[in-house]
Design a protein around this ligand. Structure first.
Ligand SMILES: Cc1cc2nc3c(=O)[nH]c(=O)nc-3n(C[C@H](O)[C@H](O)[C@H](O)COP(=O)(O)OP(=O)(O)OC[C@H]3O[C@@H](n4cnc5c(N)ncnc54)[C@H](O)[C@@H]3O)c2cc1C
Length: 457
């Protein structure tokens, strides 16, 4: 028997405490549909076994043995995926990185920190903050998500506009391949290298299909000393977008910007007009004054009205209150989904309008709030919180209408949540033709289909 023989070998070599007894925690991730089905007693998935290795060599041993016994593995970090990517399926073993959570090296000269992949973001950030440093990578799942999971899903945090997303923070990776080989994506850690393609990008966003990330070298920064936090009302969502575009193109990129549409502003802030939150940071007060002064000129020239720090602070202090939000939604007999798309500047207004229109036409019109919170020289993301009656069929009507409208308007179907079970059938249109390459790489690296199949490949 495959699993029995496999476990006999694993326990014989790694000890029986390699097995996690309490597997309930691994029966689903934070995909809202899985949570809803669970609530309706209709989510039955359970992993056959959960293994918690302590080192890359134990991960390697488990992967090799899985290959020998023709078993499949789903790598698991914090289990905070919102797409079903880390949910159990196909009788695959769950391999959790939760015991591999050490901070291994902090190199102040090089401004790097080396960590095991299972370290939780907030634990790493607290450790760095107590030494005056930061990676400034704070997704809303800060207290849930692991570094390895973030890397595997192309995660993006609240300060991405100023400090970049996980791909900008990741310098080098140690990975266990489906063969069991342990490799670094670069044998020499350097700030940049042109010795062939940078293969860290093969694993960033791979959702566990090409290898298990076991260590990461990340860049760190000293915590900036000064900051200005501000809130504005702007005449319209579209106008707010063009204000941020102007700030960025004039070299005034904020550390953080967050623009809520009128519906989100009404519900979250009690304001009828769209609210724009802005953060500037610097190590020098005079530089901050200049940045802030110039930004104010641009925002006010575009009819933005300064309304103080209060709403920024309100958002800041409540930004991790998602469990309260879910309880409130549940108490209203509603459920939720959050969907994130991205587009270039010229397309954003039509993406915004068309998605709203498509959702208005769903058979039971959902409540839809939108914000933009990750900005680039070339465009931005739009993030939707959608509330609807607790009905799985209605859920899929909404998701299908949303993704179809996004695609037809020229947006990519996810900015940072990733593919998972939620979006896998859409891969053939986004990224489209290049799925041929994704599939070929999978075949070459993982001919036995050991690692997290049927998501990105
Ligand atoms: C309340 C909430 C808020 C969120 N906010 C944000 C946000 O602001 N920004 C954002 O980007 N995301 C956000 N997310 C989504 C989620 O946190 C991210 O996708 C996160 O990157 C997942 O990390 P994890 O460790 O929990 O991964 P998991 O859920 O454990 O795994 C996710 C995927 O990565 C794979 N994987 C995990 N670890 C490894 C590894 N070491 N090697 C290879 N593959 C691995 C898994 O197999 C799976 O495919 C949010 C989620 C929640 C629940």
């Amino acid at each position: 028997m495959g699993l029995e023989g496999f476990l006999r070998d694993i326990i014989g070599s790694l000890g029986d405490d390699i097995i996690i007894a309490d597997i309930d925690k691994y029966s689903r991730d934070w995909w809202p549909l899985a949570m809803l089905l669970d609530k309706l007693n209709a989510w039955t998935a359970k992993p056959p076994v959960v293994l918690a290795p302590r080192s890359a060599s134990e991960v390697s041993y488990i992967v090799r043995k899985a290959g020998e016994y023709s078993l499949c593995i789903i790598p698991h970090g914090g289990g905070s995926s919102v797409t079903g990517a880390s949910a159990p399926r196909d009788d695959c073993i769950i391999l959790t990185l939760s015991r591999m959570n050490k901070i291994l090296d902090f190199n102040i000269d090089d401004l790097t920190v080396t960590v095991e992949a299972g370290v939780i973001l907030s634990e790493l950030e607290d450790w760095l903050n107590s030494r005056g440093y930061t990676i400034r990578h704070v997704p809303q799942s800060f207290h849930l998500a692991s570094i390895g999971g973030c890397i595997a899903t192309l995660c993006s945090g609240q300060y991405s506009t100023g400090y970049g997303s996980i791909e900008d923070i990741t310098v080098n990776l140690e990975v266990v391949l489906p063969s069991g080989d342990i490799i670094w994506t670069r044998s020499i850690t350097a700030p940049r290298s042109s010795m062939g393609p940078d293969l860290k990008y093969l694993f960033i966003g791979s959702e566990g299909a090409y290898g298990i990330v076991t260590k990461a070298i990340l860049r760190v920064l000293p915590i900036p000393r000064y900051r200005v936090e501000a809130s504005f009302e702007v005449p319209s969502f579209e106008r707010g977008l063009s204000i941020i575009r102007e700030l960025i193109t004039r070299g005034l990129t904020p550390a953080l910007a967050r623009l809520s549409d009128d519906i989100e502003s009404t519900i979250r802030f009690g304001r009828e007009k769209p609210v724009l939150l802005i953060l500037y940071e610097s190590n020098y007060l005079d530089i901050l004054d200049v940045l802030w002064g110039k930004a104010m000129e641009i925002i006010e020239a575009n009819s933005g009205e300064y309304i103080g720090e209060e709403l920024y602070k309100k958002w800041l202090s409540s930004r991790f209150n998602y469990e309260d939000d879910i309880r409130l939604i549940d108490s209203m007999d509603l459920w939720f989904e959050t969907l994130d798309v991205a587009a270039t500047w010229s397309k954003l207004p039509q993406v915004y309008r068309n998605i709203r229109k498509a959702l208005d036409e769903v058979r039971e019109k959902p409540i839809v709030m939108t914000h933009a919170s990750h900005f680039y020289i070339t465009g931005a993301t739009l993030y939707y919180t959608i509330l609807y009656r607790k009905d799985p069929e209605l859920y899929w009507n909404i998701v299908e209408a949303f993704l179809k409208a996004a695609l037809e308007s020229g947006a990519t179907l996810s900015h940072h949540h990733g593919v998972g079970l939620l979006r896998r059938k859409w891969l053939k249109v986004d990224p489209g033709q290049s799925t041929v390459i994704l599939n070929s790489i999978k075949k070459a690296l993982d001919p036995k289909n050991i690692l997290n199949s049927n998501i990105i490949t």
